[in-house]
Design a protein around this ligand. Sequence first.
Ligand code: GLU
Length: 305
Amino acid sequence: MEKLLSTLVENNVKYAVEGKVASYIPELNKADSMSLGICVTTLDGEEHCAGKYEEKFTIQSISKVITLMLAILDNGRENVFKKVGMEPTADAFNSIINLETKNPHRPLNPMINSGAIATVSLIEGENRDKIFERILKFTRKITGNPEINIDEDVYNSERKTGDRNRALAYFMKSTGIIDGDVEEVLDVYFKQCSIKANCRDISRIGAVLANNGVLPWNGERVIPGYVARIVKTIMVTCGMYDASGDIAVNVGVPCKSGVGGGILAAVPMRMGIGVFGPALDTKGNSIAGVKILEELSKELDLSIF
Ligand code: GLU
């Protein structure tokens, strides 16, 4: 497996020159655009990695998967999906248009920024620190890594420049989707996006989802099977922004990307995959990361369809 992964890294790293590292959050622009790494965690707990898999990056939108799990655990499925829909969108991840034009005025799904901000507003906790502490604790649990933390520089960069997200959040407050203090909710959202991880951590989250909510390394159940199922389904239809259909055809497994260059994939009953390649395509997905997943899916016949 290591051999296969190394070959795939060598074959696909060239695509990175066609992409661009995200710069709208200034701190992200410091990443080395030619990095590419991958890790696979199988359900019997084996781990296989290649390339720049130890490099750390901020998980950005991959955190939306984590907060969706927690929001459903705290509120139940019905209450979450009253506030946020389940439908894919052909608009960009930070688009504002549907919030006003669609009726009901709720975000289309939990994987776009508006939907993720609405989702995190539902997580229980006395104040922003307590809420984020729960997110961090849960992330450490599902990665099996007690050292997971945030990147303070990225967090500050997001906070300073997150005006589009502020616009989305204040709009949702005006329509009753968000209750409570908008700045508190946004602060938690900026922090969750700034969680730092590597490919191994991400592949473990994928393995937990692939294993229907049970940690493969010790058999502990952390979420009910139905929560894992909902999250994986929404990843297939909405997880790769407005390229989700393309990825469903060409990779065929639930995936979630982030503008930091990470991709989380969960291959039901088989494995979790974590990929990192910070050069992005025009939709915001890791350009070499998508290519390596396509090739791996063909090699190992991973598509669920
Ligand atoms: N922090 C990023 C933002 O809110 C996350 C976006 C992403 O990874 O898609 O713009």
